[in-house]
Design a binder for this molecule. Structure first.
Ligand code: ATP
Length: 644
């Protein structure tokens, strides 16, 4: 499906999620039913205990104060034999029982709070970790759609919404049912006819709530999407702050953030406008119930006859209990609006969470993986064809409108014997990086196959494949942490000595030791405190330490000066020695010793051979070599302009 203005690409995934909140309970509650039940029971006891004081008060008013001679001192569910017979004893009994009831309310409310919180937070912790685990398994094509902010919204805001729902809404609705049920039972016990007058508002409130939920739901969904959009926008704006400053584009960025924020504001107002109608509506209905009770009960007492079709008598004590409990019904019912609010939010959020969890993973482990170890390092590409558009469609299982619908790699075949180096050169966008990513299975080929030691990469386990293949990518990513942590990334058990040796081999040791804290220097977010060349050498050191069987070098020396390049080249030569290597380079001098050089153009191999052979052929490569001054890109562009 194509996405509309209000939808983020991410929304496509949530459509197929069936009854998400029920699923949340089914999948996550079973292991935690203990806390859930303790919370429910404590809630029930606390609510029931809170009904005791008004009830006792009503009995005491009649039996002790207004009608001491005619009214009996009786309590529902309590045998008369347990109750004192003397008036003074009854008075003291009432006081003590009310005090005990308040203590019970306090103790059980505390137990309920702790149990409900433990239940809700534990569920959320697990949901958060599970969604992150799932997110890590998603295909690269998912992340190409740049949904970091979206995913962050799921992991943060959405799980928080669920937590609020589990913590507050679930327990509050239980409280509501217990309160309304308990109060209705007490009122009916005292005077069922007046109870009918009081409780007639309850079905009206239920109907009003159902109407609200139906109308509000789509608005909540749109509000959640607006939150996610704003997150994405902010995430992008913060990541690109350097570019924004350098190009004086603050106003432009501000406008974009303002627009997303305004969109969220509008969507939130759509929701709130309804809530504004709903909350007072509920309070009005509750107020009508109170006024009706007061009117009918008051008339009954003042005229001393049952009004209208009603029959029987009403005591002052019962009337007071009615008024107190009617007031008690109002509070929890008025809270329904909060519960509905949290419910709708949680429903939208859990749809998104399960939407994420249900995204099909295509680049996954095979059912019965072949054994790759020990790796000899024979790499073969056989008639490989690939396009990003196809991989996106497969990854999302939804049609996605994309600008990238052309074939990026077309019918490419080559082989690297163990220990050989195959170099890939060609103009920018020719498909060189894509080609090496296929070996790592960051994407799967659509036609043909990529093989290591005769095994199709799709037939071996991802972890075995990726631990045998080292990748020094075009953009060197460093985690915020120390230099040692970054060199060690992936080989977490490596000793300090091994880290130092790897850094020496990558020509990084010298600059690292000159830093104030040496290997313990923190590199800052994404390594911003290091220069491009330094970052690259750390990445090479990481590869040296990993000691992979097959090495992928993507323009590993592009960000350094000529002197450093010579140093790095030396370390790379050492690193690639005896190791199968696919090397992408823009400077031909770095790959002239390669066993085979492939010249790629528009995803096709247009020339192949050794450096000498290609020079002898006098084709594109030779022209480029002779044009030594510039990079391959510039030379190729020049060639294209020159009508070659
Ligand atoms: P350079 O030398 O500039 O790094 P390259 O030869 O490595 O270029 P690739 O990065 O493989 O080229 O890109 C090949 C083509 O695939 C380009 O047209 C590019 O726009 C497209 N492409 C690259 N990555 C993606 C992606 N993640 N999703 C969609 N299209 C992509």
């Amino acid at each position: 499906m194509s996405t509309t203005d209000d939808e983020t690409p991410f929304d496509a995934y949530r459509e197929d999620v069936d009854r998400p909140l029920w699923r949340l309970f089914r999948e996550y509650a079973p292991g935690r039913l203990g806390w859930f039940s303790v919370g429910m029971v404590a809630n029930f006891v606390a609510r029931m205990a809170s009904l005791v004081p008004p009830l006792l008060l009503g009995v005491a008013i009649d039996a002790l104060f207004t009608e001491p001679d005619s009214a009996a001192f009786e309590l529902p569910l309590v045998p008369d034999a347990w109750l004192p017979t003397e008036q003074l004893d009854q008075f003291w009994f009432t006081i003590v029982a009310i005090a005990v009831a308040f203590v019970l309310v306090a103790v059980f409310t505390w137990i309920y709070g702790v149990a409900a919180n433990l239940f809700a937070h534990d569920v959320m912790h697990t949901v958060r970790v599970d969604s992150f685990r799932k997110m890590q398994r998603l295909d690269m094509s998912f992340f190409d759609e740049k949904q970091t902010g979206e995913v962050m919204a799921v992991l943060n805001n959405d799980t928080q919404n669920l937590e609020r729902f589990l913590d507050n809404a679930v327990m509050n609705s239980a409280r509501l049912v217990v309160m309304v049920g308990g109060i209705a039972a007490v009122l009916c016990y005292l005077n069922w006819q007046l109870a009918v007058v009081t409780l007639v508002a309850v079905p009206a409130m239920v109907l009003f709530t159902l109407w609200f939920m139906r109308v509000a739901e789509p608005r909540y969904v749109r509000q959640r999407s607006a939150v996610a959009r704003l997150n994405t926008r902010l995430e992008n704006a913060i990541a690109g702050m350097g570019l924004t400053k350098a190009t004086s584009s603050e106003d432009h960025e501000l406008d974009r953030v303002r627009e997303s924020s305004l969109n969220l504001f509008r969507r939130t107002m759509d929701v709130l406008k309804l809530s504004y109608l709903y909350r007072p509506g509920m309070e009005l209905l509750a107020g009508i119930a109170f006024a009706a009770t007061f009117l009918v009960g008051g008339l009954w007492l003042t005229t001393d006859t049952a009004p209208g079709p009603l029959t029987g008598t009403l005591s002052v004590g019962d009337f007071v209990v009615f008024l107190m409990l009617t007031q008690r019904i109002v509070d929890p019912l008025a809270e329904v609006s909060n519960i509905v609010d949290q419910y709708e939010n949680a429903k939208a959020s859990s749809e998104r969470i399960f939407g994420l969890m249900d995204i099909p993973v295509h680049v996954d482990d095979p059912d019965d993986p072949a054994d790759l170890e020990p790796v000899e390092g024979h790499v073969a590409y056989e008639n490989v064809t690939f396009s990003y558009a196809d991989s996106e469609v497969r990854a999302t299982a939804h049609e996605t409108e994309t600008a990238f619908d052309e074939t990026v790699i077309e019918d490419v075949s080559f082989e690297a014997e163990p220990g050989e180096t195959v170099a890939l050169v060609g103009p920018t966008g020719a498909g060189k990086s894509t080609l090496v990513k296929l070996l790592l299975r960051l994407y799967d080929v659509q036609e043909g196959s990529v093989r290591i030691d005769g095994h199709d990469v799709r037939d071996v386990s991802l972890s075995e494949l990726r631990s045998s293949v080292g990748y020094v990518s075009q953009d060197t990513f460093l985690f915020d942490g120390t230099i040692a942590d970054n060199v060690r990334y992936g080989q977490f058990d490596a000793s300090d000595e091994a880290v130092r040796e790897a850094a020496k081999a990558a020509q990084a040791h010298e600059f690292v030791t000159e830093l104030p804290d040496g290997y313990e220097t923190r590199v800052g977010e994404r390594g911003v405190k290091l220069s491009g060349g330094q970052r690259q050498r750390i990445a090479i050191a990481r590869a040296v330490l990993a000691d992979p069987d097959v090495l992928l070098l993507d323009e590993a020396t592009s960000a350094v000066d000529t002197k450093t390049e010579a140093l790095i080249q030396e370390s790379i030569d050492r690193l690639t020695e005896g190791r199968t290597t696919l090397a992408i380079a823009h400077r031909l001098s770095t790959i002239k010793n390669a066993d085979e050089i492939l010249v790629l153009e528009d995803g096709r191999v247009v020339e192949r051979g050794t450096h000498e052979e290609l020079l002898d052929d006098g084709g594109r490569y030779a022209t480029l070599w002779n044009a030594q001054a510039g990079t391959v890109d510039e030379a190729l562009d020049a060639l294209a302009d020159g009508g070659q």
